[in-house]
Design a protein around this ligand. Structure first.
Ligand SMILES: NC(=O)c1ccc[n+]([C@@H]2O[C@H](COP(=O)([O-])OP(=O)(O)OC[C@H]3O[C@@H](n4cnc5c(N)ncnc54)[C@H](OP(=O)(O)O)[C@@H]3O)[C@@H](O)[C@H]2O)c1
Length: 434
């Protein structure tokens, strides 16, 4: 359809989901419908959410209301379908499938959907000649998907790793700066609206795992393989870990990484120590950060907002602009018909440096016993710190190791746990590769 006055092509956009991101998108498109002049204008013609009566960010009177996102996806009155409901299955998936089956371009911010069903949706999209775009699914307004899909299309990427969940980074930063417990900081973050009422997707590491799964697929040319991701969240990080890591010159971050090793790929999310001065240690608050390492390009580092109405809407708009300018690429790196998951590498085969926190009885010979146990297992100590006794004869000890196979370290830690002088189970955290 052409605009009468300007003669520009008008793209009619249907938006399902009018919450944080959907509301941000409505504001964005109302403020600047001509944001992609090479492609024409974008005008929201149809909308869908749960509550019809809830106030929205713009006047929606001229937009057609749909109760059912699938009906909006199928409506002939829009040219682009934007899915901003969320969830890996249910209405979001049904609506995306309905639009793609009709050959309608789809833009989504839904990382759970793409990480879980990306390969099958890519097949549907490409079979019907419809773009399926999801820049906003990873790092909100900070470009990451396009960098891997477009700018680095010919690059031999070796690894992608970084901080992909702003809520967890905010919690870890607040624990460190305020000296508050995980539970207290989480409660405060929920009160301020930085954390969801049900925080398990964020603090359990699943949100970061969805994102790194998507980046891994784009980086290494395979299909997203969320089931193979190894996931640990920040919910087990205690204030004492943060303080002791700090004493050794480290900050704890939730690090998501995808690394090509031999013929496979290891995709993992876990708390890890990063030394002061390292860009991950210096990424504070709700910021996100990502390293991309490639054989020719070396290392790229990007940092920026990973969520929020404004940044995420800008990323959704960038995808809408790609549709409007008729940019054409496969959904992932390779045609969907050839996508298969990369073989997953087991954690046990990974070589890591680790931080081990112990609480031991204040008695002679304990440190020697710990050192001997590690030495017998072939684990060599890099750093060591003993704190003053905490009363009742309990002494905190932390040590860091040189790089060792994780299976070897885990076995050594099991043996340490059985030493009679141990007062609690040893705590183990990995040190980020830097
Ligand atoms: N928030 C961020 O900063 C951010 C950043 C990157 C990516 N994302 C992704 O963007 C998507 C949306 O996130 P959000 O934070 O905007 O979520 P949100 O604020 O919870 O909004 C969800 C929207 O979906 C609507 N909705 C829920 N169930 C529905 C159904 N069955 N049918 C129709 N509409 C339904 C809700 O309607 P009501 O308004 O009537 O309740 C609401 O408008 C998610 O996939 C999320 O992972 C979010």
């Amino acid at each position: 359809m052409a605009d009468q006055s300007s003669g520009q092509k008008v793209w009619r956009v249907g938006v399902a989901g009018l919450g944080t991101v959907g509301g941000g998108l409505l504001s964005f498109l109302a403020e600047c419908p001509d944001f992609a002049p090479a492609g024409g204008r974008a005008v929201v013609t149809g909308i869908c959410a749960r509550s019809r009566s809830r106030a929205r960010t713009v006047d929606t009177a001229a937009m057609t209301w749909f109760d059912d996102p699938v009906a909006l996806a199928k409506s002939p009155d829009n040219d682009i379908f934007v899915e901003l409901i969320g969830g890996s299955d249910g209405p979001a998936k049904a609506a995306v499938e309905a639009a793609l089956a009709l050959g309608k371009p789809v833009v989504t911010a839904n990382k759970a959907l793409i990480a879980t069903h990306g390969a099958e949706l890519a097949k549907l999209a490409e079979a019907n000649g419809a773009p399926l775009l999801f820049e906003a699914a990873v790092m909100g307004g900070t470009p990451a998907v396009k960098i891997l899909r477009e700018s680095l299309v010919g690059e031999d990427v070796v690894s992608v790793s970084g901080i992909l969940n702003g809520t967890c980074n905010y919690i870890l930063t607040e624990m460190e700066t305020k000296g508050s417990s995980f539970a207290d900081v989480l409660a405060e973050a929920q009160r301020l609206g930085y954390a969801e009422a049900d925080p398990s997707t964020d603090v359990g590491g699943f949100d970061a795992a969805h994102k790194i799964t998507i980046l891994a697929a784009l980086a290494f040319g395979g299909a997203p393989n969320f089931a193979a991701a190894e996931i640990e969240g920040v919910d087990q990080v205690e204030l004492e870990d943060i303080k002791l890591a700090h004493d050794l010159g480290y900050r704890i971050r939730l690090v998501a990484s995808a690394v090509r090793e031999g013929s496979g790929v290891a995709v993992r999310v876990h708390p890890a120590l990063a030394p002061f001065g390292h860009p991950l240690a210096e990424t504070r608050g709700a910021l996100n950060a990502l390293f991309i390492e490639g054989r020719r390009i070396g290392r790229i580092f990007i940092q920026g907002p990973g969520a929020g109405a404004g940044p995420t809407a800008a990323a959704v708009a960038a995808d809408i602009a790609d549709v409007m300018t008729l940019a054409k690429r496969p959904v992932f790196q390779s045609p969907a018909s050839t996508l298969v998951p990369e073989p997953a590498i087991s954690a046990a085969d990974r070589i890591s440096r680790v931080f081990i926190r112990l609480k031991v009885k204040d008695q002679p010979g304990v440190i020697a016993a710990v050192s001997e146990t590690l030495a017998e297992a072939g684990v060599s100590i890099d750093g060591f710190l003993q704190k003053p006794s905490q009363g009742e004869g309990a002494v905190p000890i932390v040590l860091t190791t040189h790089a060792t196979a994780e299976s070897v370290v885990l076995e050594a830690v099991e043996r340490i746990a059985r030493l009679p002088a141990m007062l609690e189970r040893p705590k183990l955290l990995r040190i980020a590769r830097v």
